[in-house]
Design a protein around this ligand. Structure first.
Ligand code: 5AD
Ligand code: SF4
Length: 434
């Protein structure tokens, strides 16, 4: 009889991919079936995120709920970034937790399962050539890691302390993984890395590699037959050189959707964040994207209320929003994180002021988004259908990443079709296959 796994994944796409690896590895030792019923699970895992304080504080109350409602003998494991960061403290604070497995120690899942109160959180551990087992949540799209870790030192960010130094995965392993996914029915790949355009700077010990940078990797991957769409997440604005932007704009397999994390529009704050670019550099890169690829959607991340942020600094961020008109914007209130430089900075911004700024920037972005989405009315998009929805609807994505629903049957799944947009809203489009 197969065992049942209750797995909750928080945070970013990297965590979602780690969760797939966890399932694949568990299935090497035993057969597991995923369940969303806590009380029937034999194993309960939380794949955590520590990028902001809120999910971390929620973790311990959640563990309490899990411990109370679990089936007798069920085990609880805490994985991911908060596991890396808190290590054995997780078990000290919540003794019902059986093991702690860091974000960079996923391959040790079967090992920690066999040891009482095991803690594996080494952030120097190199999994860049580890042959993970095969498991994917969907057959139509494949997430593929191209780097692990992060070499930046943004002063607000905990990730370098949870995922360690940046190491690139050898290109032949990446290509082999994508080819396998394509053979299994995937026509789209999402390349993952903390800074995808840092690809090629450092490989694991003993690795010999010919592909030198991200642009070359994109060219190599786009030669894979049967692969039709390439997305990646996320590039760093500082390393988006001209060769990369030209490849992005002209390679027909590269989807015209690009995440360019701004964080702040104020050059003074960017310096305090150690982002390495100015407002002008950022605007120039985005203008170049708009010029070379006018059809591309640009998305971004913004932090408001970083220590020392004045009204004027915040207005600079608003000005960048106005200039670039991001198609997507993820905005966050600054959250001081342990181990980061900015947590010690003078001038921490009052939470109510930061909250006001967040409200203002989100309201302005919503208005922009309404215009962007409304302008899709009557347009024709190539949509890759990958998900069945209730009431006879099928969902897919346009090349530039917009969510589209159509009425239709399962035969649409895995197909790329022309769709006319017949209704729009802020979050999605309705269309008709033509
Ligand atoms: N506080 C608020 N937001 C943060 N992010 C990273 N660290 C913090 C922090 N300390 C945001 C950044 C990043 C996104 C994943 O999370 O905008 O791009
Ligand atoms: Fe992903 Fe960052 Fe959260 Fe870790 S801390 S799960 S890298 S978003």
């Amino acid at each position: 009889m197969s065992k049942k796994l209750y797995l909750e994944t928080l945070g970013c796409a990297m965590n979602q991919r780690d969760s797939e690896h966890i399932i694949a590895e568990l299935n090497r030792a035993d057969t597991y079936e995923c369940t969303d019923r806590l009380d029937e699970a034999d194993l309960i895992l939380i794949n955590t995120c520590s990028v902001r304080e809120k999910p971390v504080s929620k973790l311990f109350s959640e563990i309490g709920v899990f411990a109370k409602h679990r089936k007798e003998g069920a085990r609880i494991g805490v994985c991911g970034c908060t596991a890396s960061h808190l290590g054995a403290e997780v078990i000290r604070r919540a003794p019902s937790v059986d093991f702690v497995l860091g974000a960079r120690n996923v391959s040790k899942i079967n090992d920690v399962m066999t040891r009482h109160h095991a803690v594996e959180v080494d952030i120097d551990y190199d999994e860049s050539t580890y042959p993970f087992g095969e498991y994917r949540t969907t057959r139509y799209k494949a997430m593929v890691n191209i780097t692990i870790g992060c070499d930046k030192s943004c002063t607000y960010c905990i990730v370098p302390h949870t995922r360690g130094e940046e190491i690139s995965i050898p290109s032949d392993l990446i290509v082999r993984e994508i080819v396998r996914a394509v053979e299994g029915g995937a026509r789209e790949v999402l390349l993952l890395g903390q800074n995808v355009n840092g690809y090629g700077r450092r490989f694991g010990v003993g690795v010999v590699e010919n592909v030198k940078n991200f642009t070359e990797l994109l060219r190599t991957i786009s030669r894979i037959e049967g692969l039709e769409r390439i997305r990646f997440q996320s590039p760093h604005p500082l390393h988006m050189d001209d060769a990369f932007l030209e490849e992005f704009a002209t390679n027909p397999k590269i989807c015209k959707q690009i995440h360019v994390p701004l964080q702040s529009g104020s050059t003074r704050i960017l310096r305090a964040m150690k982002r390495g670019y100015t407002q002008e550099n950022f605007l120039e890169r985005c203008a170049k994207i708009r010029r070379l690829a006018p059809e591309a959607a640009i998305s971004t991340d913004v932090i408001v209320g970083f220590p020392g942020e004045t009204d004027e600094d915040f207005e600079a961020t608003m000005a960048v929003l106005e200039a670039v008109r991001f198609e997507q914007m993820f905005s966050f209130k600054y959250s001081p994180r342990p181990l980061t430089e900015a947590a010690e900075f003078e001038g921490q911004v009052d939470s109510a002021i930061a909250g006001e700024r967040l409200k203002r920037i989100q309201a302005r972005h919503n208005a922009i988004l309404d215009e962007v989405m409304h302008a899709q009315m009557g347009r024709i998009h190539r949509v890759y259908f990958d998900e069945r929805k209730p009431e006879g609807r099928i969902a897919g994505r346009t090349d530039d990443g917009k969510l589209v629903f159509v009425s239709g049957g399962e035969e649409l799944l895995g197909q790329i079709r022309d769709v006319e947009i017949i209704r729009t809203s802020r979050t999605a489009l309705d269309g008709r296959v033509i």
